[in-house]
Design a protein around this ligand. Structure first.
Ligand code: R5P
Length: 295
């Protein structure tokens, strides 16, 4: 029996690659709201004794969490063999400690919920910072993929004389690896987050890279403030307009438009969250990993 794969929300870009693979049945699922906003769910494809895979990128996670739990529970009730979740973007990774007394460490709570309902999880570059592995919070089997190879390929093919910039300490893991793969120099900046919408960035001396193309790389672009502030500092030093690359196109509110307006020459992202800025396609890597897990 072929595995069945369902796209729960708007992640149909990955279904195309699964379809081309041919070894999967694309499942039919109905998720809708009753007039009182409770969730109705119906799986129309036979899942008995079959591997079931749900694809759901977890931006806007609060609206998605109950459908995610109900979908897995329904598949289990209908006799699915194993239930996997492909979450190219994994939410709730940044509140990974109690920064102030009384705060909830939501990354732990979110992880324990998903782990209860899914037999395995695939994700791309989760925001691991103070934690070093998803195993610290996820008890379900998890497979972490990285976009660094694909990003460095894109840089090599598209950017003349690149100079990579990681806007904060957390970004060093991605930026150093991409720099090494694309044989480009890099620098990591100091960032202080003042609040949700404001950051302070300090730039070291980088005048020697005046003739390079600055490429700012980060895992998540949310409000865009981290990138916008970095662009401001680059402008002060009269560097060239930078290219901004994010793995996950979260883009809260009108962050994308603001980032473009702030002076980025290009804003590009990987397709872990469907967005107009998606340029770097990671679907082959995801499909291959699903195949390895199931076989
Ligand atoms: C956090 O440290 C992440 O790596 C990103 O730098 C951060 O999420 C970007 O957020 P924003 O776009 O809101 O500045």
């Amino acid at each position: 029996m072929r595995p069945v794969i369902f796209s729960l929300f708007d992640d149909s870009q990955f279904l195309k690659t699964f379809k081309e693979e041919g070894d999967y049945e694309i499942g039919d699922i109905i998720i809708r709201s009753f007039p009182d906003e409770e969730t109705y769910i119906k799986i129309n494809t036979d899942v008995k004794n079959r591997h079931v895979i749900f694809i759901a990128s977890l931006n806007h996670p609060n609206n998605k969490l109950l459908p995610l739990i109900f979908a897995a529970s329904t598949a289990k009730d209908l006799g699915a063999k194993k239930i996997g979740l492909v979450a190219p973007y994994l939410a709730y990774m940044r509140q990974d400690k109690q920064f102030n007394p009384g705060e909830g460490v939501t990354s732990t709570y979110f992880a324990s919920l998903l782990s209860r309902y899914y037999d395995w999880l695939i994700t791309v570059d989760p925001h691991l910072h103070r934690r070093h592995s998803l195993d610290e919070i996820y008890t379900t089997s998890n497979y972490v993929l990285n976009a660094t190879e694909a990003i460095s390929r894109w840089i090599k093919q598209n950017v003349m004389n690149p100079f990579l910039i990681g806007p904060d300490k957390e970004s060093e893991q991605w930026v150093s690896s991409i720099a090494q793969k694309s044989k480009a120099p890099f620098v990591i900046l100091e960032k202080i987050r003042k609040d949700d919408y404001s950051v302070e960035i300090s730039l070291p001396h980088i005048e020697e890279y005046k003739n390079h193309t600055p490429v700012i790389v980060d895992d998540i672009i949310s409000t865009g403030r981290t990138m916008i502030e970095t662009i401001k500092q680059l402008k002060n030093l009269q560097m060239k307009s930078p290219i901004c690359i994010g793995v996950h196109a979260v883009f809260a509110g009108n962050a994308y438009e603001e980032l473009l307006k702030s002076g980025a020459s290009k804003v590009i992202t990987c397709n872990t969250i469907a967005h107009v800025s998606n340029v770097i396609d990671l679907s082959d890597m995801i499909v291959k990993t699903v195949k390895d897990i199931i076989n």
